[in-house]
Design a protein around this ligand. Sequence first.
Ligand SMILES: [Zn+2]
Length: 446
Amino acid sequence: MQSKNYNLRSKENKLTTFDMKRFAITIMVLLAAAGLRAQNFEEFFTNRTLRTDLIFSGDATTQHIALRALHSWQGWAGRTHNLNQVPLKGDGELSLTDEATGTVIYRTTFSSLFQEWLGQEEAQTTQRAYEFTILVPQPLRPAILTVQLFNPSQEVASEMKIRVNPNDILIRNCDNHPTTPYTTIFSGSDKEKIDVAIVAEGYAADEMETFRADARATVEALFSHEPFGSMRERFNFVAVESAAAESGVSIPREGIWKESAIESHFDTFYSNRYLTTSAIFAMSDLLTAIPYEHIIVLANTDTYGGGGIYNSYTLTTAHHPLFAPVVVHEFGHSFAGLADEYFYDTPDIATNFLTPEVEAWQENITNLVDFDSKWADMLPEGTKIPTEVTDKAEKEYIVGVYEGANYLTKGAYRPAVVCRMRNNTATQFCPVCQRAIERMIRFYTE
Ligand SMILES: [Zn+2]
């Protein structure tokens, strides 16, 4: 095993004239971007939400993106600044371009269960279709909506471009859509807040008291972790009381199928603990007209499991003893786009999102292709790569470059010995994950 000495202070720090010029240009570009940031939301958008329902289909060789439907309702809970910026590259991107001026007026990035499935063996021989929903602010004037899916090398693998005319009579107006009953669980005091909907899955109508208690426990679990705790005033949480016909969720390996609110089930990709839903449109219907940007689904079961997909949803078991660490871990995926820091000798979920040639986009893993873009600035002086695992490093969350992450024992590195993104026994996120989450919170609120 090779090890190299990583000494950050040895880097040249002097600015050359060229650098100064580049620095000045960068400042100018940043000011221009800030101009667009400050450029009024009102100049391009109306205070309405446009729900974009998409179908991702295909197999490992070819993928296709298609528009399923557009829905619209009063109110926009998302950001009204940083409109044309994205915090992470993600596995896909949606953008809106003002047709008249060619200005990119909104961008957002995401990951999808469809793309995870593309890494499964089944995708070599079978075509499948997956639902996906993205909420965008409704443009005032016709705009070009572009959706791209990236391959593991982070190149565009498929793209859809369509014209969206906000006056199209076939955009379904949901202003009179019955709203699912919901309760505010926590409401922060800051002006700009991140709206999170906690959704009931597999709770019968007479189990809503239990659901509200589980939703409160979810918020407490998040706030017991930094930086969520100290930045709590920047969040709103509501509990969406979507009642199911019967209690519990589906466990296919036991032959159990339930009529739950959003048809979630364990055994996704035949992995016992992987709990997901493919009924994205049904979930979006339940959330119509409720102010939300992020989704946490609580499954009324004590079977262990969960899943979290960046800018799509977190879904987790509510009544297992490890509920609290798991829901926070999954929210690390869905809210902050963090990767798993754990690994096995034999992976039980194939991963196709770490290629040796390209640096992973997740902030808490690296394959050392472009480590400077990751947590190089947080390494103690003289840190060796790979960093040796010690008791002290584990106890004190000492930042290093520890081999083993993202389901791989070799070639992938994590920032700490333990972390909420690695194991349920860790008590906190590691410092690198904490910084990534804080950046994300600031992106949405500043
Ligand atoms: Zn971490």
